[in-house]
Design a protein around this ligand. Structure first.
Ligand code: FAD
Length: 475
């Protein structure tokens, strides 16, 4: 139980909010239902008392300061595409939406950085950078998330295997602290050894330590050519066993995703497309790798494709399909991009886990989760980032009672997280902890690390007003 006492928003506070952010303050039932949950509603819904759509750092600071003085909780929200109940006002109070802070401010092409407001959508940044001949490498599946949300969750995505996660592209940021103070963390430099990295502490803190309002992000010159390969296998074990062989052979895929046939077929049905082969050379396909390579000339890519084909066929692939037309490449990736959407469209009750395990343990881990399916009344569907061992495992039901579903899922998740820890993995590879995964984090990290996290939280947020009930601080 929380030892901190919170207050309700008062009419006087609402008047002050309206002075700070005229016409951008919504109260009670004026707030759309969309703001009561993120993409994983199973972790609970809550309507904030007040929603403020901020347009500047100063507005955010003024609102947070007022809330801190009055001990009213504040929840920052981006596009609410999160999968762990992070942007949900479970403690009541004020939600500050950053989505109207959506300006790309300036490129510095000599230092390879771009400065943006934190509510810019990933899709908008990616397209704008492309027009400049640049690439912003982080590529999480949901393109309509905000970049601020990506930074707050240290989002990963498809290109992490070659280029790293969001953390690797954050150079500097402007943050409003829970006290309402504004700080600038980091700088437009490519290295630093200047005390504790508060910048890195803020990345992945899921809106519990500060509200990010501006970001300076590293970009790179865009590779000139990109090509994707669809690689079918008879079974998942052979498919996963190929992964280290790419790296041993100096093939550095930009993306390396695995998918099992059943999940691909469901998604193709959802999209109304047939893209992936189901049978080849008389062999029934069981799983696929989808690999993308980039390079700076067509010739370089041709060499890579030739070498990759040799490596994977020797490692047990049935064949290799080169997605050499823009349409095929788009379709192949459209299926990958819609896996979760297809699961959501076909499922009434849904929960997920986002563990990361050493890559050589992926197949064994998935075989284990499948074995647990036999003991449960729900279905289990999985896919993930083969190159970095980050697995998304979904429990799905259309006919169970919610209470029974939750009870059975809790048993399943306990075992799944325990196995991930036993294999040397971690609770979350990229979605974060939010509200939904707090117990599993505490279980896996143990009391000493949790005590340090709680201490950090208290230093940043003495009144515990910022996004309470998330990561390490229970309500
Ligand atoms: C179809 C689908 C595919 C996805 N694929 C991926 C994937 O490949 N990789 C991946 O990592 N994630 C993925 N996600 C999860 C989700 O898109 C990411 O977690 C994303 O980073 C959330 O951004 P958002 O703007 O929606 O943030 P929200 O959901 O609004 O918020 C997420 C958390 O960040 C905090 N927050 C938001 N903005 C700020 C800010 N400016 N300052 C401080 N805190 C803030 C919130 O309080 C909350 O705790 C996927 C989700 C969906 C629905």
């Amino acid at each position: 139980m929380s030892e901190y006492q919170y207050n309700k928003v008062t009419p006087e506070m609402i008047e002050k909010f309206k002075e700070i952010a005229p016409k951008r303050v919504l109260v009670g039932d004026e707030i759309n239902e969309d703001f009561t949950h993120d993409e994983m509603a199973i972790y609970g819904k809550a309507r904030p008392e007040v929603l403020v759509e901020a347009t500047s750092t100063e507005e955010v600071a003024a609102i947070v300061k007022l809330c801190n003085e009055n001990k009213v909780p504040v929840t920052p929200s981006g596009a609410r595409t999160g999968l762990v109940g992070g942007a949900v006002s479970i403690g009541g109070g004020v939600m500050i939406s950053l989505t109207k802070m959506n300006k790309i401010l300036e490129y510095d092409k000599e230092n390879f950085v771009v400065k943006i407001q934190s509510g810019v959508l990933l899709n908008d940044l990616a397209q704008d950078a492309e027009k400049q001949g640049l690439l912003y490498p982080p590529d999480p599946g949901e393109k309509f998330a905000t970049v601020g949300g990506n930074v707050a969750t240290n989002a990963g995505g498809m290109r992490a295997v070659k280029y790293g996660c969001t953390r690797d592209y954050v150079r500097a940021m402007t943050v409003v602290l829970p006290t309402g103070e504004i700080v600038k963390l980091g700088a437009t430099v490519s290295k630093t050894s200047s005390g504790y990295s508060l910048l890195n502490l803020m990345i992945g803190s899921e809106g519990t330590l500060g509200i990010i309002t501006e970001l300076t992000l590293k970009v790179i010159p865009a590779p000139k050519s990109v090509i994707s390969l669809i690689i079918p296998y008879e079974n998942l074990e052979d498919c996963i066993a190929t992964v280290p062989k790419f790296f041993m052979n100096h093939l550095a895929p930009q993306a390396l995703e695995f998918m099992e046939k059943e999940v691909v077929m469901d998604t193709e049905k959802f999209l109304g497309k047939q893209v992936y082969p189901k049978e080849m050379e008389g062999i029934e396909v069981g799983a696929y790798l989808l690999a993308t390579f980039d390079g700076n000339s067509e010739e370089q890519l041709e060499d890579i494709v030739e070498q990759a084909a040799e490596v994977v066929v020797e490692a047990g692939a049935i064949d290799v399909l080169v997605a050499d037309t823009p349409a095929l490449k788009k379709d192949a990736w459209a299926v990958r991009g819609a896996l979760l959407e297809a699961i959501e469209a076909d499922t009434v009750l849904l929960d997920e886990c986002d563990v990361v395990v050493p890559t050589n343990k992926i197949a064994e881990f998935l075989t284990y989760t499948k074995s647990l399916e036999a003991e449960a009344d729900f279905r289990v569907k999985s896919f993930g980032h083969a190159g970095d061992g980050n697995l998304h495992i979904y429990t799905c039901s259309n006919d169970m009672e919610e209470a029974e579903f939750k009870k059975q899922v809790a048993v399943f998740m306990d075992k799944v997280y325990a196995k991930a820890t036993e294999f040397g993995g971690m609770i979350s590879g990229e979605h974060g902890i939010g509200h939904g995964k707090m117990d599993y984090l505490a279980e896996s990290l143990g009391p000493v690390q949790m005590r340090i996290m709680e201490g950090v939280k208290e230093v940043f947020d003495p009144n515990m007003i910022l996004n309470p009930g998330k990561i390490c601080y229970k309500l």
